[in-house]
Design a protein around this ligand. Structure first.
Ligand code: NAP
Length: 339
């Protein structure tokens, strides 16, 4: 079996490529060139795993590149993970977000339709499509009310794959995934900012962790579990859409408390909104909120109802909130110690 993974240098690409290799796949990855020739999370893979990957340098906004790739490789499966995935940045640069997430997805769909129609495709949709939902928990029938350029772009991607699936009888499935994190999460994402900040403070830093909305409520799982669900979606008898999450809600404040808890540090909160701070027992400011990190529109209040994926694909999250936070903090302590 051959699979192409776009976005192989991202968090999910790291776990998915290892999962597919362990199942005996020939794994091809799409990688963007950058001037420093770094390769994102590919550089964190063990050398014996990394050398098994077949890398194609290219950009998903380049229709010609994708056409040539699909024509020459004709993979059984394609996992379309590549995206401008940071919600905050999408408010700064909506145009580039739309180019990659809408234009890039359209290019992938067109290349499959015209050059490799037997390829099964996974599209990385997101719980951000729900915006700030009034109904809890959220499932495949919850109204989609995006509240960021990122979410709008993913809505277009979702509907592009649904339309191509129905119009041209293509196997295209959507994973509506709630937040999933890990030890290779990008450093700009809130969970990794917290785990790295806690590790630095434990190892002597006096810099507090600066965050946006501490009250934002998310459903956080472990990325390694979620890539297994992606794979299961493409083994299912029909293409379909599935919500994946843990069914647990936690605020950013909870994440901070849990992360410091790994080192037995208790946080006390003082103030509200942008004036809120998290203090150590000695009264030292370890965490503070910043107006600059609030989004123009917040999207939260998330909790997944993942009963469909559980019933149809037998998928369950193995790692829950407490364990996830511990994995991330312990890993960042190790990383900083060995720098
Ligand atoms: P990520 O770490 O940000 O990785 C995104 C990947 O896309 C990177 O490899 C990036 O390459 C690549 N990419 C971006 N623009 C590209 C372009 N124009 N051409 C080629 N490659 C491009 O994201 P992730 O956490 O692995 O998430 C994977 C997918 O799931 C994304 O589509 C994301 O939006 C979606 N998703 C993620 C979550 C989550 O909580 N993690 C939840 C729901 C949905 P560079 O290294 O060159 O930047």
């Amino acid at each position: 079996m051959k699979a192409i993974v776009t976005g192989i240098s991202g968090q999910d690409g790291f776990f998915l490529s290892q999962l597919l290799l362990s199942k005996g796949y020939e794994v091809h990855g799409v990688l963007r060139r950058n001037s420093s020739m770094t390769r994102g999370t590919i550089d964190f893979l063990p050398p014996d795993i990394e050398k098994q990957l077949v890398i194609h340098y290219g950009d998903i906004t380049d229709e010609n590149f994708l056409s040539k790739l699909l024509q020459s490789e004709k993979p059984e499966e394609l996992y379309h993970l590549a995206a401008q995935s940071f919600v905050g940045y999408s408010f700064e640069s909506a145009h580039s977000t739309y180019d990659a997430n809408i234009g890039g997805t359209l290019n992938v769909c067109n290349a499959i339709k015209t050059l490799s129609p037997d390829t099964r495709m996974y599209f990385a949709a997101t719980s951000e499509l729900f915006g700030k939902p009034n109904e809890t928990p959220q499932n495949e029938r919850t109204p989609l009310l995006p509240r960021s350029p990122y979410a709008v772009s993913k809505l277009a991607g979702l509907w592009t794959t649904r339309t191509y699936r129905d119009a041209y009888q293509l196997f295209m499935s959507n994973g509506i995934l709630f937040n999933h994190e890990s030890e290779v999460r990008g450093p700009e994402f809130v969970t990794r900012k917290i785990s790295m900040g806690v590790a630095r403070i434990l190892l002597g830093s006096n810099e507090p962790i600066v965050l946006g909305n501490l009250s934002a409520v998310k459903d956080w799982g472990y990325a390694k579990d979620y890539v297994e669900g992606m794979w299961k979606m493409l083994q299912y008898e029909i293409p379909d859409d599935f919500v994946m999450g843990t069914g647990e809600s936690h605020s950013v404040r909870d994440f901070v408390e849990e992360a410091f808890g790994v080192a037995n540090i208790k946080i006390t909160w003082k103030g509200t909104g942008v004036n809120e701070v998290g203090l150590s027992e000695e009264g030292k400011v370890l965490v503070k909120a910043s107006r600059g990190l609030y989004r123009p529109l917040e999207s939260d209040n998330y909790r997944a109802d993942y009963s469909k994926v559980r019933e149809k694909l037998g998928w369950e999250p193995r790692v829950k909130f407490k364990e996830l936070v511990r994995i991330m903090v312990e890993n960042d302590i190790k990383l900083i110690k060995h720098k």
